[in-house]
Design a protein around this ligand. Structure first.
Ligand code: G
Ligand code: G
Ligand code: NA
Length: 254
């Protein structure tokens, strides 16, 4: 059987799982959310990261099935945490093409309706900045439909794409995520630092939230805070972890 068929079976056999990486407020240190990151627990090869399998599904109906699976499982996890007394906002990663499908918001609304106790404002969708958006008017309208449900949108890996400021200004996104390549190098490379500073100011100018990816050290934390960055995630806070570990991580962190 092909690798693609094997991945299809993995979805149906529930071999996929979501890990969660905490996001914190850089001023208070408090948890502000978590990013769901897909993994494949392969019976022979062990735990596989998305880079090892996700591209197999590119452009197939399985890619859509995986997005559906991610939405369902992330919402179910939020509901489970909530039942345990934990309110943990979650963001998921979706191919921009899925978010931009004309019927996507109906699909998302149906998934949210299965979880009436969740506040949709605790749910966020991350799409890559580098995704080319061919039809800007259609994109703006799709994103507005999603936002009308209360769900927020983040532009991921910001700074690595080619989007113009005019494009960015029109897109109704709530959050900019500064790509970790800039954060990792900002203390050695003044150009990287300049980009980080620029994205933070851009976000503030447009009244958007801003989060830094790839915070690895205490020095990174201090620098980002001095630059007025609101939030961060990264190995210096926590690595992505299975959901049952998050409550005890949180207890240690607090
Ligand atoms: O977890 P890790 O850092 O290895 O993830 C690598 C990349 O894979 C992330 O930057 C993210 O963009 C992508 N990714 C992770 N989980 C998902 C997912 O559920 N769906 C999609 N489409 N991409 C994901
Ligand atoms: O932007 P994206 O969604 O791809 O980011 C998530 C990816 O980044 C995951 O693969 C995760 O494991 C990885 N990641 C998260 N924090 C850090 C970090 O502090 N340093 C590095 N090198 N990678 C990180
Ligand atoms: Na992401």
């Amino acid at each position: 059987i092909t690798e693609l068929q094997r991945l299809r079976e993995a979805v149906e056999r529930d071999e996929l799982l979501l890990y969660y990486q905490p996001k914190v407020d850089l001023t208070t240190g408090g948890l502000v959310g978590s990013e769901a990151l897909i993994r494949w627990f392969h019976p022979d090869e062990g735990l596989l990261a998305p880079a090892a399998f996700l591209s197999l599904a590119d452009g197939t109906e399985l890619e859509l099935r995986i997005s559906e699976w991610v939405i369902e499982h992330a919402l179910a996890q939020m509901t489970a945490w909530q039942a345990a007394g934990l309110r943990i906002p979650v963001s998921i990663n979706l191919p921009a093409a899925h978010l931009l499908m004309p019927n996507f918001h109906h699909w998302l609304a149906a998934a949210l309706n299965l979880h009436p106790n969740l506040d949709p404002r605790d749910f966020q969708i991350e799409i890559l900045e580098s995704t080319a958006i061919a039809d800007m008017d259609a994109a703006v309208s799709s994103l507005r439909h999603v936002k009308d449900l209360g769900v927020s949108i983040a532009l991921d890996d910001f700074g690595t794409g080619f989007s113009s400021l005019a494009y960015f200004r029109r897109l109704p996104v709530d959050t900019l995520k500064i790509d970790r390549s800039f954060v990792n190098e900002m203390l050695e490379d003044p150009h990287a630092l300049g980009v980080v500073q620029y994205v933070i100011r851009l976000a503030k100018t447009f009244d958007r939230d801003v989060i830094a990816e790839g915070l690895e050290t205490d020095d990174d934390w201090v620098a980002l805070r001095q630059l007025d960055c609101d939030q961060a995630q990264g190995y210096g806070i926590a690595r992505p972890m299975p959901p049952h570990e998050l409550p005890s991580w949180l207890e240690d962190w607090n």
